[in-house]
Design a protein around this ligand. Structure first.
Ligand code: GLT
Ligand code: MN
Ligand code: MN
Length: 393
């Protein structure tokens, strides 16, 4: 059996909008036929994915009647049952309809804010009905071009009010659902509020029900801003706030490319998988691994499935290499923590006048310490050799 073929136990998921992407861009028409959701789920199951995520309107068209909605949902549930697929995450489309042209929760018009809440409550009901345990908020249109249109502090306050309200709704309904907030620096707006995961993490700490809200960082969105995605994810994990993750590929400084996972920055992708899988130590990430990406516009439908299988296969290849890397005795020796019998107790002591005094008095020869080479060239070369399969497998 191919050890890199995706299994349901890997917990790989795709959004309906990812493998369903028809290749439309701001300059060109779709290049592929729009595929029907039930068909996409069956194909994803064949590829080895375990889950499918959706926006309300990826499944139920905007404005559908209750009868129509119920028929669509019934059929979709049957497909999930037939294929053994789950819906781990659901979200609301608060960006396509023109009513959201100036944002949803942060919009100046109360009618827009109220409509956004109505739509989200209905969409939460839908997600829960399909079994979702995570609910994503991506504020696609929450931002500005004419920045004087509102006090940015008010935008933050309105978003907080919306989150507090929606957390209240979930609790009142007795739903087993957590929220995951997804940041993006810009696009489609010129400036988005909450541009990075770091901004989101602080914002979450100000919410009434902060314990049920975490983050959904996306590779492309942090890399667009020139940030280290590995460090972003590490901060979220360390805060126990990594509720979900959007994996893909991206070049720095471009539009949101949403490329196949691992197709760009192979070293960064390796370090990310290493962190998520926990081969470097610490807690691993056990939630769904969602590929929020799409096939190149050059592709026909078979290219879409090559893309989907490629995301999952690359993840598994990198996981195997991360495992080999962290089992390599030379790597272990290179990254072993430096121990100092005299200083360690002083550094580990909590503050007191006495511990401060002892630390002040500790003799440290800065020149001698500075002379020591750290071996990071060797470490980094070995990292490359592991990634390239020249070592370890
Ligand atoms: C949209 C966006 C993604 C978000 C999705 C959830 S929709 O495709 O580009 O990053 O995760 O709303
Ligand atoms: Mn995303
Ligand atoms: Mn993206």
């Amino acid at each position: 059996m191919d050890p890199y073929a995706a299994q349901k136990s890997d917990k790989f998921s795709f959004g309906l909008w990812t493998v369903g992407n028809a290749g439309r861009d701001p300059f060109g028409e779709p290049v592929r036929a729009v595929q029907e959701p039930n068909y996409l789920v069956r194909k994803l199951a064949e590829c080895g994915a375990y889950g499918v995520n959706l926006h309300d309107n990826d499944l139920v068209p905007f404005g559908a009647s209750r009868t129509e909605r119920d028929r669509i949902v019934r059929e979709f549930k049957q497909t999930l049952k037939d294929t053994g697929m789950v819906v781990p995450m659901a979200t609301t489309n608060l960006f396509t309809h023109p009513i959201f042209k100036d944002g949803a929760f942060s919009a100046n018009d109360p009618k827009v804010r109220a409509f956004a809440l109505q739509k989200t409550m209905a969409s939460i009901d839908l997600g829960v009905e399909l079994g979702a345990k995570i609910y994503v908020f991506w504020g696609g249109r929450e931002g500005t071009e004419a920045d004087a249109c509102r006090d940015p502090r008010v935008a933050i306050q309105r978003t907080r009010a919306a989150m507090d309200f929606l957390c209240g709704y979930v609790k009142d309904q007795g739903y087993d659902l957590k929220f995951a907030l997804e940041a993006k620096p810009n696009e489609p707006r010129s400036e988005n509020y909450f541009p990075t995961t770091g901004h989101m993490l602080h914002f979450i700490s100000t919410l009434q029900h902060h314990e049920m809200v975490g983050v959904n960082p996306e590779v492309a969105h942090e890399v667009m801003a020139g940030l280290s995605f590995v460090h972003t994810v590490a901060q979220a994990m360390e805060a126990n706030k990594l509720f979900h993750i959007d994996l893909n590929g991206q070049k720095i400084g471009r539009y949101d490319q949403d490329l196949r996972f691992g197709s760009e920055d192979i070293k960064g992708s390796f370090l990310l998988v290493r962190l998520l899988e926990g081969t470097c130590g610490g807690k691993s990430y056990t939630g769904p691994k969602h590929f929020d990406a799409h096939a190149y516009r050059t592709e026909d439908e078979s290219g879409v499935w090559d893309f989907a299988k490629g995301c999952m296969r690359t993840y598994k290849l990198l996981a195997a290499r991360a495992n080999a890397f962290d089992s390599d005795p030379e790597i272990k020796a290179l990254i072993a923590e430096v121990k100092d019998a005299h200083l360690d107790p002083l550094l580990n002591a909590s503050y007191s006048r006495a511990s401060a005094q002892a630390l002040k008095a500790a003799p440290i020869d800065a020149t001698a310490v500075a002379k020591r080479g750290l071996g990071y060239e060797r470490l980094d070369q070995l990292t490359i050799e592991h990634i390239m399969g020249a070592r370890g497998l």
